[in-house]
Design a protein around this ligand. Sequence first.
Ligand code: NAP
Ligand code: G4F
Length: 344
Amino acid sequence: FITGIAGQDGSYLTELLLSKDYEVHGIIRWDSIFTTERIDHVYQDPHVNGIRLFLHYGDLTDSGNLEKLIHQIKPDEIYHLGAMSHVRVSFDMPEYTANTDALGTLRILEAIKNSDLPIKFYMAASSEMFGSSPPPQNEHTPFHPRSPYACAKVFSHDITRMYREAYNMFCVNGILYNHESPRRGATFVTKKITRAVARIKAGLDKKIYLGNLEAKRDWGFTPEYVEAMHVLLQQEKPDDFVVATGETHSVREFLEEAFQYAGLGDWKPYVEFDARYLRPAEVEVLVGDATKAKEKLNWQPKIKFKELVRVMLDADFRALGLTPPGEGDRILKEVFPNRWWKND
Ligand code: NAP
Ligand code: G4F
């Protein structure tokens, strides 16, 4: 059972679990337009027998709905990925963010507890929780959240651990650092840049407007991160893990790399500053120390910063009908000969 199934991570995780012969259920929010674009390629018509993907209407703010679905589905594993996941927006909507991202987790944990079923629970915690704690951060680093989003995730992280200890439930936190892909939402900085670079290349746009270029992030590749989520729920004993590449790069470096790879040269003539993208409090630098995941889960990322930029740009070129430079596609073929996800 996946909350946030139609999000970036939910879509890859669905493909991973289907490739492992799971029956997958997920909640989507009702909207007046279709919001399932990321999972349309694996959608299965419910009128056909033998399908393994089931979508249900649901919302993290509706405890009755969550209780009912968990009672009906009786899942073995819950991957709780649903969230208002945009840090900047959480400053505009702090109460909604806390309701969804903090209380939403509590609602699911209570539903599991009340079900008396041996359900394993994965909580999508975040490196944002470390905030201004100096890098590199690991499982023992104190949290110092710098946004309503991060505060809500700290609550979810702690309540997940608390249910594990108090009720002996199989609950784990994956403390994931930023992970990106061609399916990343277009308002997050990596996708905003690669999409804009492709549009500039195609002659559709002239400029991109950005905020703080000096912030540094530890950016990884989403398919590898959803593999970590799955492994985390297959441990013998529940435990929390940092999942990261251990490299950090600034938004400025991302711009340099993307414009160079696209053959546009210097990025400066194309980029303008817009204060609306600044945050009241910024997280300056995130670098994860994922030694524990390497040693205990045998998890290690293969795609790092430069490859990630290439993979994302090739996809954005293709989306506009442009011939991609092709290095990203070549890397994917070489590194993942048995790829289980659709290449966008
Ligand atoms: P995403 O693309 O924004 O997906 C979030 C999903 O949550 C969307 O499908 C969204 O539904 C759903 N959602 C939002 N509000 C909801 C509500 N009230 N009820 C039910 N569903 C709701 O985020 P992501 O990148 O896949 O991230 C997945 C999770 O990992 C999130 O919890 C995020 O905070 C966390 N995380 C992400 C990263 C990262 O770098 N990507 C790093 C650390 C942690 P709609 O499709 O209807 O909008
Ligand atoms: O891409 P971002 O919006 O990601 P951010 O804030 O790091 O959050 C993402 O990663 C977290 C894990 O650490 C997740 F928990 C969270 O759900 C989300 O997936 O911003 C990255 C950096 C920030 O420092 C921001 O100030 O880019 C800077 N930035 C500069 N200009 C911008 C922009 N960010 C956005 N979104 N848009 C800009 O125009």
